[in-house]
Ligand binder design. Structure first.
Ligand SMILES: [Fe+2]
Ligand SMILES: [Fe+2]
Length: 202
């Protein structure tokens, strides 16, 4: 139940009313996941000296289209490749961005993070990296605790591990990798958080 959630609501989300929109768009268990992702993304941003408010907002909004039917996802985010056609669920990040833009959400950094959370962040958007890592490693998933812990001290290293292991896993089984994930893979060397560049922080 929502009342039992242990994470505090972020003032930015409350003021804008976006948390209520998300709650109305997704199933209750999804909403709990969303709040965990937002909270963890905020923690990762804080640990890496990045924009906490943007990370929280992107975490809050990332799955707003996740429970829409396939036909609606395809309408909001026309397929770009055969993977999208065969698995419309892969479109829920792009569909979320379309919805948010139509509703007037103003922050392009957050919108890009929402769009890319299913396939991987493009180089340079560290808010997107926070959300991507939080989504795959939030405690409710029960997996990727190592990536979560790594991200709390070195976001770049955590993203590298997450993306490389995903691409390696898929390619090792002969499964086609989404072109956007390959884009994220090839962008990895460019993505370093400010904290990682500090002396003594590897
Ligand atoms: Fe998602
Ligand atoms: Fe998610």
């Amino acid at each position: 139940m929502i009342a039992e959630l242990k994470f505090p609501r972020h003032p930015l989300a409350e003021l804008a009313g976006w948390d209520e929109r998300v709650r109305l768009m997704v199933r209750p268990r999804r909403y709990e996941h969303v709040l965990r992702v937002a909270e963890l993304a905020c923690q990762i941003a804080c640990a890496n000296r990045l924009d906490e408010a943007r990370a929280y907002a992107a975490g809050l909004l990332h799955d707003i289209a996740r429970d829409l039917p396939d036909a609606e996802l395809l309408r909001l985010a026309p397929p770009e490749c055969a993977i999208d056609v065969g698995h419309p669920l892969a479109l829920h990040g792009r569909a979320a961005r379309t919805l948010l833009e139509r509703w007037g959400y103003p922050d392009s950094v957050v919108l890009e993070a929402v769009e890319d959370h299913t396939t991987g962040p493009r180089g340079g958007n560290l808010v997107a990296a926070c959300v991507y890592i939080a989504d795959v490693s939030e405690p409710g998933r029960g997996v990727n605790a190592d990536i979560r812990e790594l991200a709390l001290c070195d976001l770049g290293a955590a993203l590298n591990r997450a993306i490389v292991s995903k691409v390696t896993y898929l390619q090792g089984r002969g499964i086609q990798v989404h072109p956007r994930t390959l884009r994220s893979y090839h962008a990895l060397p460019e993505l370093r958080s400010p904290a990682c560049d500090l002396p003594g922080v590897s």
